[in-house]
Design a protein around this ligand. Structure first.
Ligand code: PMP
Length: 305
């Protein structure tokens, strides 16, 4: 399609790019799904479209109503974008440590942003959003951390796209987890098409999947303080816990060597994908998800630090 009717039609069908600049064992291929090509700039535009569509179809949200959501930012941008033109008020609860660029973009798309204390983490933002839902009439909080539409959005779009992009010839999926929606939905789709596909989850140091305690990390968008009930942990064929240093080293290399302007969660996933590549057999095709771009973190001087 060359001409689109509206911005919503631009969500999805992102490019898959082969990475050539990183040394890979002979016969191993590595591709990156560049989700920052979505119109709101991240993988979460897919979730925004799915949640708003489902909420309006089921009557949970009506024109004039208010959507409330706890978010680190990209889900907020995706939801605000999906709500444009639908007559819905949008209110986000965001832990204040998260990128100011993302908060600015949410506001540009018409959302109200309420900051919550960083030391309370996502749990603090979730609590605040629930309190707003009680006090604001005709409001709906989809809560991405407990909403089965979260993995469903990826089961229905990202998984099929990867399968079609590579005509089913892929062996390993590498994806970071924040809520775990991207990983679970995509892994679920791919495993159902071919149970032999290895699905690898990535988290920062300071996340709990490998048994660590929750702690601060600079890598933004991934990391779990708890495991949402929709997450299929049986798909964690391998868990990589990546340091901020490795994530930021890789995002700089991706820019300088490949011209790919990726955020820190992509850098983290890239590091994990390269570790996975090191032990892969010739003929293996690995796909890594790059959720967003570095441009929304430039105020954090990510290329300078
Ligand atoms: N990377 C970035 C930059 C994100 O904003 C998110 C969503 N928080 C993720 C990765 C992880 O996505 P998910 O919540 O689906 O696990």
């Amino acid at each position: 399609m060359a001409v689109y009717d509206n911005v919503h039609e631009l969500v999805g069908r992102t490019p898959l790019v082969a990475l050539h600049a990183f040394p890979l064992p002979k016969g191993v291929r590595l591709y990156a799904k560049c989700e920052y090509f979505n119109p709101g700039g991240s993988v979460k535009d897919r979730l925004g479209e799915t949640i708003i569509r489902e909420a309006m179809q089921s009557g949970k949200l009506k024109p004039g109503g208010t959507l409330i959501e706890p978010t680190a930012g990209n889900t907020g941008i995706g939801l605000a974008l999906a709500a444009v033109g639908k007559g819905i008020h949008v209110l986000f609860c965001v832990p204040e440590k998260f990128s100011v660029e993302k908060q600015t973009l949410m506001k540009a798309l018409g959302a109200r942003v309420v900051k919550t204390p960083s030391d309370q983490g996502m749990a603090g933002a979730i609590k605040k959003a629930k309190a707003f839902e009680q006090s604001i009439k005709n409001s709906y909080c989809p809560n991405q951390f407990a909403n089965p539409n979260n993995p469903k959005a990826y089961f229905e779009s990202l998984g099929p796209e990867l399968w079609e992009d590579l005509h089913g010839s892929l062996d390993v999926l590498v994806a970071g987890a924040g809520s775990g929606g991207t990983f679970t939905g995509t892994a679920d789709y791919l495993k159902k098409r071919n149970p032999e596909i290895k699905t690898v989850v990535v988290e920062p140091v300071g996340s709990i999947l490998n048994g660590g305690a929750p702690a601060e990390h600079r890598t933004e968008g991934i990391g779990m303080e708890f495991i949402p009930s929709f997450v299929k942990t049986e798909y964690f064929d391998e868990i990589y816990t990546i340091s901020d240093e490795d994530a930021f080293k890789r995002l700089k290399e991706a820019a300088a060597l490949e011209g790919l302007l990726i955020g820190s969660s992509s850098g983290s996933a890239l590091h994990a994908a390269l570790l996975e590549a090191e032990k892969a057999k010739p003929g293996t095709t690995i796909v890594v998800i790059f959720p967003d771009s570095s441009e929304r973190y430039l105020s954090q001087r990510i290329y300078e630090s």
